[in-house]
Design a protein around this ligand. Structure first.
Ligand SMILES: Cc1cc2nc3c(=O)[nH]c(=O)nc-3n(C[C@H](O)[C@H](O)[C@H](O)COP(=O)(O)OP(=O)(O)OC[C@H]3O[C@@H](n4cnc5c(N)ncnc54)[C@H](O)[C@@H]3O)c2cc1C
Ligand SMILES: C[S@@+](CC[C@H](N)C(=O)[O-])C[C@H]1O[C@@H](n2cnc3c(N)ncnc32)[C@H](O)[C@@H]1O
Length: 659
């Protein structure tokens, strides 16, 4: 089981500066934290001139050990804002084992009024920061912050990125030796871009020697304040006497970038397509978003309310890691939308409706921190939910409900996104370097890059027909709010879920039907949903007068979820399936082989699909993942999770199993 991640334990000195109780050290210099940061990290990495030299589609990636109060990040962002041309982007990646609580972060950053404009944006997005990779999109996507929450030596090996400048800012080596080890420096070298620079406040001899041994060339340079000397340097080469880091397998390697033209078609206007369009648009891509209906979010993403519910595993599976990262990302995006109408952070209560569920919940509560999830006994659960219940359960205080169409529309509202409705793409053709989307005889649109985001409908295209996607029909029931149901204060789930009312209606969901192709809402499924409501709370049934409603008159809607066999989404570049089988046929005989054959990519063709019953949590971050594949950027998820979501995983499994 993963240890529960505590927040930083701080003391505050008489000047209001934070000090770590655990490490007995300061977060920044006692004299002038700001001057020291600027001198040690910004100047020594020559960031002013490097930001100024970035082209309009350029980006600089900074890596840091020890996010702490975010002071270094804010200083870098402020300078980037002053120096970089419009269109250039800053990507800051920082690892932190003991994140500050939001209240402590706010208190620490209040020390720097000159950074207020930046600190306020960071604080507004500093929500749902839990273990693993947490992406924050700032300044409309011009600045990306990826926090790796956990021990540096656990997190950095999972990072797939090229770092242009390293800030080494653990506590002093004598007090925090874990942040200054040969093993960690090998990770910094593995991640360093060819011209990477590096600096740190310490000049300790063994730190310098270990960094030199890892492949950096470090130099002592005059310090600032009471620091006599500090270290600066650059990456030279991976040391000859050390085995080279293991490269990604060719089927999971990054496709070489074939296009200079940053223009893409996204096919499908639900959560997956809108998220993809948004992530690309924020990176300066021109996106045409094709949707067959008259508007966005008319199918699975069209429900009045969906639940931000985290189906976690206590065992740290790829899916569970994706869920914690995806939840955080979605939750932060929602801060841009209107509370009460577009979403509500009312919390989600999952009832322990039988012994097996109670046992599962106890394991989860032990594996995750209380601010993400904790157990509530029956009286506390009732107090939270505002209604009478028969069981306590597991409570997700930061969860809630979302009106998915609002999230879709907000994501598609970027000026670089052109929404083209009534476009039903039936066929994809590659002509020269462009993909064309056709509807029988008419050419709908073309671009060098196409992203298939049409849920299970992507199987209609020859290029993606092999992907093992299934449709599962689901129906929700809309129940009018009553005077007595107004007290429902959280989403409550058992087998089904019911949400506090949005615009006078509660959403009750949702049925699962693996066989039906018919999307007409059925009375039988409304009745099934009402049974699930009874399981949640007899009291709420009474408050909603649900037993007196005429089942024939119930309102609702049905749509298809789209799932993959391993319940992970399918996100990433597509390969030619027949050429793939030929290229890697040797795996059928020996699964450990890694043939030295480049993957036969379908250049420019990508997928974002298979979001099952949790698209609200997985689709927005999948947009970021896809953009990272396309733009050769740091991945927003651990490498292993990105590979677990990779379209090639199925072809690979087929080869290995000989099926
Ligand atoms: C009843 C029900 C309840 C759910 N409850 C929740 C919940 O509580 N929480 C949660 O997180 N998730 C929930 N989900 C799942 C969630 O809705 C989905 O995971 C998510 O909407 C998937 O988004 P998508 O963009 O992949 O698919 P969709 O929303 O289905 O979007 C695909 C879009 O592509 C368009 N399209 C397809 N092919 C083409 C083409 N060739 N040309 C042009 N356009 C095309 C379609 O018209 C559609 O608009 C629920 C789903 C259902 C059905
Ligand atoms: C000097 S502070 C960083 C200051 C920070 N850069 C700033 O701008 O405020 C060092 C940070 O390293 C973190 N840290 C210490 N040991 C760690 C480890 N093993 N892995 C990840 N982070 C660690 C501490 O929690 C602390 O926040």
């Amino acid at each position: 089981m993963k240890p529960v991640m505590p927040h930083a334990q701080l003391d505050w000195d008489d000047q209001g500066r934070p000090r770590s109780r655990v490490f007995d050290d300061v977060y920044f210099s006692d004299q002038s934290g700001l001057d020291e940061t600027r001198y040690v990290f910004i100047e020594q990495n020559r960031l002013s001139e490097r930001f100024a030299q970035l082209p309009a589609d350029g980006r600089l990636v900074i890596g840091e050990t020890g996010f702490g109060t975010g002071l270094n990040f804010l200083c870098a962002w402020q300078l980037f804002e002053q120096q970089a041309v419009a269109g250039a982007r800053l990507h800051f990646i920082s690892v932190e084992k003991y994140p500050l609580s939001p209240a402590d972060l706010q208190r620490a950053l209040a020390l720097w009024p000159e950074l207020k404009a930046f600190a306020d944006q960071l604080l507004a997005q500093y929500v749902a920061i839990h273990q693993g990779f947490q992406r924050l999109v700032l300044d409309n996507g011009r600045v990306t912050l990826t926090l790796l929450i956990g021990d540096a030596l656990e997190q950095l090996p999972q990072l797939d990125a090229r770092i242009d400048a390293w800030f080494l800012d653990g506590f002093a080596p004598a007090k925090n030796p874990d942040m200054w080890t040969a093993e960690l420096f090998a990770e910094l070298a593995r991640l360093a871009a060819p011209d990477s620079t590096i600096s740190t406040f310490t000049s300790t001899g063994w730190v310098r020697r270990l960094l030199n041994a890892a492949g950096f060339k470090m130099r002592r340079t005059p310090g600032i304040g009471h620091k006599w000397e500090i270290l600066r340097g650059g990456f030279v080469a991976w040391p000859e006497d050390t085995p080279a880091p293991v490269a990604a397998k060719p089927w999971f390697a990054r496709p070489t970038q074939v296009v200079d033209e940053r223009r893409a078609l996204v096919i499908g206007g639900g959560l997956a397509g809108c998220a993809t369009a948004s992530s690309l648009a924020a990176r300066g891509w021109q996106v045409s978003l094709l949707e067959r209906h008259e508007a966005l979010a008319q199918e699975a993403s069209g429900n009045p309310q969906g639940v931000l519910y985290l189906k976690l595993s206590a065992h740290g599976t790829a899916l569970s890691q994706l869920i914690v990262s995806g939840f955080g990302h979605t939750r932060r995006l929602l801060e841009h939308l209107q509370r009460g109408v577009d979403w509500a952070d009312c919390g989600v209560l999952q009832l322990a409706f039988n012994a097996k569920e109670a046992e599962r919940q106890a394991q989860l509560a032990a594996a995750f921190p209380a601010d993400l999830v904790h157990l509530l006994d029956l009286p506390d659960a009732q107090a939270r939910a505002g209604i009478a219940l028969e069981h306590g359960g597991l409570y997700y205080p930061e969860g809630g409900w979302v009106h998915p169409p609002a999230l879709c529309r907000w994501q598609a509202s970027h000026p670089n996104v052109q929404v083209l409705t009534h476009r039903d793409a039936l066929e994809l053709r590659k002509v020269d370097d462009h993909w064309q989307a056709w509807d029988n005889a008419s050419l709908l649109a073309s671009a060098p890059v196409v992203i298939l985001a049409g849920a299970a409908e992507i199987k209609r295209f020859a290029q993606s027909a092999d992907l093992p996607l299934k449709r599962i029909r689901g129906q929700i029931t809309r129940l009018p709010q009553t005077a007595e149901s107004q007290c429902l204060a959280t989403v409550v789930c058992a087998e089904g879920y019911v949400a506090p009312a949005r615009l006078g209606e509660h959403t009750l969901g949702a049925s699962f039907d693996f066989n039906s192709d018919d999307l007409t809402p059925s009375t039988a499924e409304h009745l099934g949903n009402l049974d699930m409501l009874r399981e949640i709370s007899g009291d709420l049934v009474g408050r909603l007068h649900a037993d007196q409603l005429d089942p024939e008159q119930l309102q609702g809607r049905a749509a298809f979820r789209c799932t993959s066999p391993d319940y992970l989404p399918i996100v990433g570049p597509l390969a030619d399936s027949q050429a793939f089988s030929r290229a890697y046929a040797a795996l059928g005989k020996d699964a450990r082989q890694v043939p030295d054959v480049p993957c036969p990519w379908l250049d420019g063709l990508y997928v974002n699909s298979g979001h099952g019953s949790r698209g609200l949590i997985t689709a927005p971050l999948s947009g970021e993942l896809l953009a990272a594949w396309l733009d050769n950027e740091p991945l927003p998820l651990p490498r292993s999770v990105a590979e677990a979501c990779h379209p090639n995983r199925f072809a690979l499994r087929r080869l290995i199993r000989g099926t």
